[in-house]
Design a protein around this ligand. Structure first.
Ligand SMILES: NC(=O)c1ccc[n+]([C@@H]2O[C@H](COP(=O)([O-])OP(=O)(O)OC[C@H]3O[C@@H](n4cnc5c(N)ncnc54)[C@H](O)[C@@H]3O)[C@@H](O)[C@H]2O)c1
Ligand SMILES: O=C(O)C[C@H](O)C(=O)O
Length: 308
């Protein structure tokens, strides 16, 4: 099955690389606006195929969407990343126009496509795709929770001094520095609540480090991260192409779930061949419910800046 990745920059190329390395897609088409860039990235990646042992065909195009026709999944990574000191929300002015334009092109050539939105501010960009694509809500999935949960597990394992494979946990709500909600109450080490092992001070530090995970990397790198974002997207694409019915926190259009409507926000979902197969309703503590509602309020304010 064919997967399109729009934006052949840091995140787009990482997505293409992880998807190809896992060998579950027949073809990955990279699209970029910069002349020759996607073609170059595709060629470089293809020259790793015999070294890394994959058969996925990777091609590149400078804006020729006819080459994306018949894609099962399209990943939107096109747009600018933040620089140190910026918030993701500050990217809306430039990225909204890019995401809208890219969405129109994708749907024109692949009317049944499932779109994974990566460009920031992601929850708002996912909302924009809902408002402009005409696709059913099951086919628009924002990537944030998969990455934030991976960062949560990294921080938990660090505090627990345990292997990451011992740790499980999930982050929901907004993909923003303040609106992320690491579900500490549900995080476990081999099924045992992490609160059995960690102090209140460690808990506060794990939660804070998780929430500013993207900002921390942006400060270190001078631009935002790409390896873990690319890997997170590849997990979502694999769940769709292989119909895995995996539970992944994703930003999806809510229609009353978690007390919210007309907003894309991160909640646990089941991802399979049709995209979002269901939204999983889990019980939140009173404090978590409050934080979820606060995150929703902030995202709605940002959504208010969109012009359709
Ligand atoms: N949701 C997440 O978890 C997450 C994680 C990492 C990055 N991001 C976001 O992903 C986006 C991309 O980040 P990056 O580091 O890859 O940036 P980048 O600058 O390395 O790559 C972006 C690419 O998009 C291309 N582009 C711009 N306009 C385009 C258009 N109209 N059509 C096709 N291509 C176009 C650029 O030429 C560039 O190659 C940013 O908005 C960043 O904030 C989101
Ligand atoms: O932090 C960013 O701006 C990029 C991305 O959203 C991330 O979390 O790595």
């Amino acid at each position: 099955m064919k997967v399109t990745v729009v934006g052949a920059g840091a995140v787009g190329a990482s997505c293409a690389e992880y998807i190809a390395m896992k060998n579950f897609a027949s073809e990955v088409v990279l699209v970029d606006i910069k002349e020759g860039f996607a073609e170059g990235k595709a060629m470089d990646l293809m020259q790793t195929a015999s070294l890394n042992g994959f058969d996925t065909k990777i091609t590149g195009t400078t804006g020729d969407y006819a080459k994306t026709a018949g894609s099962k999944v399209a990943v939107i990574t096109s747009g600018i990343p933040r620089k140190p000191g910026m918030t993701r929300e500050e990217l809306i002015g430039i990225n909204a126009g890019i995401v809208k334009d890219v969405t129109e092109n994708l749907v024109k050539h692949s009317p049944d496509v499932i779109i994974i939105v990566v460009s920031n501010p992601m929850d708002t960009m996912a909302y924009l795709v809902h408002k402009t694509s005409g696709l059913p809500k099951e086919k628009i999935i924002g990537m944030g929770g998969a990455l934030d949960s991976a960062r949560f597990k990294y921080r938990l394992a660090e505090a627990l001094e345990s292997p990451i494979s011992d740790v499980d946990g999930m982050v929901i709500a907004a993909h923003s520095d303040t609106g992320m909600l690491p579900l500490y109450s549900k995080a476990t080490r081999n099924g045992v609540p992490v609160s059995e092992f960690l102090s209140e001070e460690q808990k506060a530090s794990v939660i804070e480090e998780t929430k500013v995970g993207g900002a921390t990397l942006t400060k270190l790198l001078g631009t935002s991260a790409w390896y873990a974002p690319g890997a997170a997207v590849s997990v979502m694409v694999q769940a769709i192409l292989c119909d895995q019915k995996k539970m992944i926190p994703c930003s999806v259009m809510l229609d009353g779930e978690y007390g919210q409507s007309d907003i894309c926000l991160g909640v646990p979902t089941i991802i399979g061949k049709d995209g979002i197969e269901s939204i999983v309703n889990i019980t939140l503590t009173a404090e978590e419910q409050l934080k979820f509602a606060e995150a929703a309020k902030a995202v709605k304010e940002v959504n208010g800046d969109l012009k359709f």
